[in-house]
Design a protein around this ligand. Structure first.
Ligand SMILES: Cc1ncc(COP(=O)(O)O)c(C=O)c1O
Length: 404
């Protein structure tokens, strides 16, 4: 049977990673992979995470199964982190949250739940979006279309086009929204724009699926969750896929949750029983290690405070780099405005150069971004900002690929 399988080309990111690994130039710069990096270029284990992990190892007496629903206390703490302790939907018993293997697991489970309702068959994602949204949703059986989002020349959101497309969707469509730190563009909706989206979703009977993979890395833990909290106040139903990969640095431990806000507590209970059943057919039980660590961090006041301080430091580092790199780009790229990078949020910005120019940067200057020109700002270091800006200036001046 396997004779008929066609080999698949590697995803763009994998090809970039492989090319970076093979590059022997000491000046090489990885702005491709979507992980946080510190000033030494490493993706650290956070100190609060390390401490919670050490306690876990010392205290754990068994590796027996946790249970079908995974680590329920962990899920409850992450739910509170996302929606806040006092959220009215939580107080009303309208929210259920299940542990999932990372944000990807949550997105897949959300799509399966939508299919299970028999009512939703279509998801719309922003243009552009994180490349794994398409396969996750279409793999679950949803048809996937896009809504306009980013205006590349200005580095801002084409909000009118976004709203008018959403306004034409059939009721019951799933609208996938990046809760904060849009990947890949870095351009987030303003508070007023979020309110307008909420009004439209309510009026048109559309279901938001909020992908919250970077809580704490944009403007702060509460600020980044404000849009999803507002949606959960104004709409009867919301799906929330939250990942602990970036804000706890737990990437490989596959740690996340799916939250479902329902119209009534009875519907929430039914949704939870469906989620447990669906998850059983997907991964049976999620891995516990990362969830147990997050639970350990969030329940210990000292570790929690330490974690928040570390996360604040990560956010401030990226925000600082955004401003500094713009200063260098102004110097080396006359006639080109990269000021939007300083106004973007989170780890990524869509840099706005052509694929030919991205490849030129790679082959001539050992600077690696993804072909669509998404750059991971956290991959920069103070010591190579000058090198980076000079390389971009050289590529722009050479006019590779006709520019833009
Ligand atoms: C927008 C977005 N959603 C979801 C995820 C999934 O994260 P996880 O590694 O937790 O599955 C990512 C990870 O890069 C992401 O960027």
């Amino acid at each position: 049977m396997f004779q008929t399988l066609e080999p698949q080309p590697p995803e763009g990111l994998m090809a970039t990673m492989a090319a970076f690994a093979a590059d022997t130039d000491p000046a090489k710069l990885d702005l491709g992979v979507g992980v946080y990096r510190d000033e030494s270029g490493t993706t650290p284990v956070m100190a609060a995470v390390r401490a919670a992990e050490a306690r876990l190892l010392a205290a754990q007496t068994t590796k027996a199964y946790v249970g079908f629903g995974g680590n329920r206390p962990f899920a409850a703490f992450v739910e509170a982190l996302v929606l806040g302790d006092q959220h009215p939907a939580r107080a009303a018993g309208r929210v259920v949250t299940l542990q999932t293997p990372g944000g990807c697991g949550a997105l897949k489970l959300a799509a399966d739940l939508v299919v299970k309702t028999g009512k939703g068959s279509r998801a719309v994602v922003s243009d552009p979006t994180w490349p794994n949204h398409g396969p996750l949703f279409s793999g679950a059986g949803l048809s996937v279309d896009t809504y306009p989002y980013y205006d590349a020349p200005s580095g801002t959101i084409d909000f009118d086009a976004m709203l008018s497309t959403l306004d034409r969707l059939a009721s019951g469509s799933v609208v996938v929204l990046h809760g904060a730190c849009h990947n890949p563009t870095g351009a987030d909706l303003s508070t007023e724009q979020w309110r307008a989206v909420a009004e439209l979703l309510a009026r048109r009977g559309l279901l938001p699926l909020v992908d919250l993979a970077y809580q704490g890395l944009g403007d702060g833990l509460d600020a980044d969750a404000a849009p999803v909290r507002m949606l959960a106040e104004r709409l009867p139903e919301v799906l929330i896929a939250a990942s602990c990969s970036k804000n706890f640095g737990l990437y490989r431990e596959r740690t996340g949750v799916l939250g479902v806000v329902c119209d009534t507590p009875a519907q929430a209970d039914a949704a939870m029983s469906q989620l447990v059943r669906l998850a059983r057919g997907l991964w049976s039980m999620p891995p516990d290690h990362g969830a147990a660590i997050v639970h350990g961090v969030l329940t210990d006041p000292e570790l929690r405070a330490q974690w928040i301080a570390e996360l604040d430091g990560m956010r401030r580092r990226v925000q600082g780099l955004r401003h500094e790199v713009v200063r260098h780009l102004v110097e080396h790229c006359p006639g080109r405005d990269f000021g939007f990078i300083a106004r973007h949020h989170g780890m990524f910005s869509l840099f706005g150069i052509s694929t030919a120019q991205v490849r030129e940067l790679r082959s001539q200057h050992h600077v690696y971004m993804i072909d669509d020109s998404r750059m991971n700002v956290a991959g920069l270091r103070r010591e190579n900002l000058e090198y980076f800006a000079r390389s971009v200036g050289a590529v722009l001046a050479a006019g590779a690929g006709g520019g833009g």
